[in-house]
Design a protein around this ligand. Sequence first.
Ligand code: MN
Ligand code: MN
Length: 469
Amino acid sequence: MAVLKFEKESEKSRLTVWDMLSDSQREEAFAFCEGYRQFLDRGKTEREVVDFAVSMAREKGFCDLSEKSGLLPGDKVYSVNRRKEMVLAVVGQESLERGLRLVGAHIDSPRLDLKPEPLYEDEGHLSLMKTHYYGGIKKYHWVGIPLSLHGVVVKGDGTVVKVSLGDAPGEPVFTITDLLPHLSKDQMEKKMSEGIAGEALNILVGGIPVKDREVKQRIKQGVINRLGDMYGISEEDFISAELQAVPAWPARDVGFDGGLLGAYGQDDRVCSYAALRALMEIETSARTAAVLLADKEEIGSTGNTGMQSAFLENFVAELVAGRDEKYTDLSLRRCLAASCGLSADVNAALDPNYEEVMDKLNASRIGRGVVLTRYTGVRGKSGSSEAGAEFVGRVRGLFNGQGVYWQTGELGKVDQGGGGTIAYLLAAYNMDVVDCGVALLGMHSPFEVASKADIFMTYRAYSAFLQHI
Ligand code: MN
Ligand code: MN
């Protein structure tokens, strides 16, 4: 793709990526998003994304790092952490002490998790399940919509039962009912944040009682019997389960021209998919290229599958040891500190309905290309790992040279914004890192919207970074 140049400086504010793409490039962008659509529909949880990414990787010749003894340039390897986090790499020609080129995204998204004791019967007429929401949600988004259930149940004997119910046509869905407007006077007068209570996010799961009238909670028992028939699980098995309720709809084209894509969980599966595709086209490169798909970003990157765990560091140590038998702690530290990374995460696009929350000069816009975000954080950049001017300059120069159409972004006005990414945790290894990803409308809503041109451009940006920075 040619370097994008504006005839006049004034064009910069009104041209979009679409203006820069030739007809064949537009087709390429649309085709890319068809692959992304499948990725979204088959990967509604971090576990499903990992399964899908492993199959993508194996098809492209990647193998599990544990299957290897010793690494050579061009080797393609991956490692999976507890089926919920993943890292992949294409081993470069140069010594690992020269560092990695890393793109780090996350594959968890806001949702409703079932509680450890979810199931109950209410007043002898309905059975419901209690939830504890995960990540930053607006609770009113989650009532009155069809939900599907995804996850695993681990039985007492260790058997893992996979659950995915509600997305295929003909399957039943679940829902959280909302109050009719006629009876909502009190609810409507509450603050929006209090209109739906966290403890009221209870999912409707059944309504037919068992025939035996001696049974105490006959509707709940009906659900338990059904779960036994379908999955061979008992009520106690919920204690060792990870079940998530997510919107039950597939990704859809948005708008008359189909130039936008709407779906649940684009934060941050959009960057994850773009990064995977960019990595998988590399056959050989000077530096080792790697992609991280982290879990738990939405709740602070905590836990053994979040960015705060040693998983990435351990993987890099294995790479260093695989390339050089004389592995030392110093060689690992040199590798990490010489690395540079993109924290591949979404940015809040200027929403025409809510322009007042953004500084319009610095906000990202739909259709204007991949977003470079120098800092996140809130009220004085608190919590941000601000990217240095030198590194941002390098990335800017790279994108300009490689024909990547890009823009800058922030996460809202100085005292209103917020939100973090995994950038600060990568920066903690003393590597250069900057946030870079897709602009979204409706971020963290059940139907997030992105431009297909931006999605395609993000893939091109990661491709340029992994191969050429
Ligand atoms: Mn994110
Ligand atoms: Mn998020």
